[in-house]
Each structure stands twice: as C-alpha cells, then as structure tokens.
Ligand binder design. Sequence first.
Ligand code: 5GP
Ligand code: MN
Length: 355
Amino acid sequence: MEEVLDRPFLCCFTYLRTLMKPIRDFFPLLTEFPKRVVITMHQKPDPDAMGSSLALAGFLQKLGHQVQVISPTNWADFLKWMPGCDQVLDYDTSKDKADQFLKEADWVFCLDFNAFYRTRHMASMLERLKCIKILIDHHEQPQIDSFDYGISVVPKSSTCELIFEFIQESGNDSLIDKYIAQCLYAGTMADTGSFRFPVTTPSVHKMIGRLLETGFDHSMVHEAVYDNYLENRLRFLGHVLSNRLEVLYEYNTAIIAISKADILRFNIRTGDTEGLVNYPLSIKGIKLAALIIDRDEERKWSFRSKGSFDCNQFARAYFEGGGHKNASGGRSLLTVEQNVSAFKQALKQVASQLQ
Ligand code: 5GP
Ligand code: MN
C-alpha cells in the first residue's frame, strides 16, 4: 500500500469534515449520561471487525454505557475465544431481538465497513434509524453522508488501530485492559498479515507495545486464530491447491474457483476459507490472486495483490465490490464458470497493470 501511504492524510480529513463531523467532536459525548449503544460490523466478520467491535464494547461499558454488539451474520469459530463474543447477537438468527436493540439505541457504531450494503439484511434497518450514527473504518470510498460522526482513514492498518486511537485520544488510555488489548491485537494482527504488510507502520508497533503492557498472552491469540481448524479444513486446502488452482503466467495472476460441490464434500463452514486467497501469492512472480466461492445466494470474490495493482478498483469495476488497494472482494449472481470467464476477460483489460 505504498502509494496510499504517500497520499497526504490531510486530504482525507478535509474531504470528510464537510460531510460528517470528525470523531474528536464526539469525545465530549462519551461522558454524558449513560447511553444505549449498538456496535455493528460487516457481514461474515473477520478478526478486525469482531476485535474492534468487542474492544469498543469493553471500553464503552467501562464508561458506564449499555452496549449490545450485533453481527449481520454468523461468524467463524476462530473468533469465539474473544472476550464478549458469546454475548454478540447474530442478526440472521435473532432479527427481532436485534431490531429492538437498534430501535432503542441512542448511538450506533458501524465498524470496519464503508457502506450499509456490507451488513446484508441489516442494511435497510440501519438506513432508517434516526439515532446518532458513528463510522470508524479504513476502507476506500466510505458512504460518509450516512453518518453523524466518524473517521475513515484508508492508510490505517486496521479498524482496531482506529479504536485504539479513539480510546487514547479521548483521554482514556488507562481503561485499556488485557481483554480490550487482546481484541485489538487480534484484529491488527489479521489485517497486517501478522505485521507483515506495508501498512505495518511504526505507530502499529508502538500500539502493540502499549497493548502488550497489559500482560495478555499474544502467542495464545495467534494460536486461537490460526491453529484452531478441524482436520477437514486442511484436507480441503490440499484439494484446492492440487485441483482448483489455475496459474495464468501471462498475467502474473492465479485464480482458485470453488464449487458448491467442494464446499459440501469437505463440510466447509464459515471461516474455513479465510486466508485461502493468499496462497497463490507465494508463487514467485504472481502479482494478483483471485478466489471465487459458490455461496448459497451469490458467488463471492476475494482479490489480493502485491505491489501497485489496485484490487479495490478492479473489484469495483468488474465485480460489484471494493475494499483496499491490495485486498478487496466482490460478488456476482452469475455461475462460477461464467465468473471465471468474466475474470479472464477483465484480465485482458488490465493486463498492462500486471506486467
Ligand atoms: P475478503 O476477501 O477477506 O472477504 O475481503 C477483503 C477486503 O475487501 C476486506 O477489507 C473486506 O471488507 C473488503 N470487501 C470484501 N467484499 C467486499 C464487497 O463486496 N464490497 C466492498 N466494498 N468491500 C468488500
Ligand atoms: Mn479491517
């Protein structure tokens, strides 16, 4: 993400200020009379979405607020160790209860997504709410006219880093305990590829230093997230890499296409396909990796790149998606095969960017 980092931060803030109030204007409200708060995140939450939401929940509870975290969908088993995860509501299976919390909320925080459609069946409810809505996110092109307060900083490593700054800059650093710290650590770890991607700035390392001072076991966090799969997932990985990977050397690109039959054969559940799209990038010379999976209601794309190729633009232009420069996603109602053909056609259009 070097180019993104080169962009002056000021542009981002100036642009946002005209449409939603900066997050620091919200700080004085934090100590007002206890509020009813809902925190939500993007569908199929990853460690950054769930970690930032639970860390913020823990922090706001310490300030005396009443907080309910709602996920638009179910989530992977490798998130279930996070403190507070057992209290999270799944909108898909607890819609009535979740709607009640949303209707009664004074504040709704939207974390780690840039547009309401990323919350699937929750989207129409969120659009209709009249309470104070706050966005905290790091994805490109946020839907800022939908929020009262917010911060959207594309060059940030993770939403967890933004929550850390939210806590510190509102003058509450002393409230960061080991439960909040391990949630923030998990999200930052995941979004930086275990502190490997270019977004891992000196500030990220300083933050991690502060989090570790709380005394949580960071090795446990790595194990809980990455070494917590069932045998079938490893067998599935072997099958996919042997039989479902196509390398298109002329475009420095590799694609993995997974059918419904593959999902059923290996009993694949939410979270089992996490990280799969990164494997092709370990092949020398590969600059773009793409993964398409046949989900029940749609075909879901994931894109990852190395260097200058812009996955966000690619996903927006060809597959109704978006995300970041080096990691994005998209979707389509066409079949897997039709999608793979469309992808290969799209590659011809962007071939020069992949040389
Ligand atoms: P993943 O491939 O892990 O699902 O997503 C990669 C990145 O792209 C994440 O930051 C995710 O939030 C974002 N992303 C995934 N799918 C979509 C999409 O359909 N629309 C947008 N705007 N972002 C997406
Ligand atoms: Mn994130």
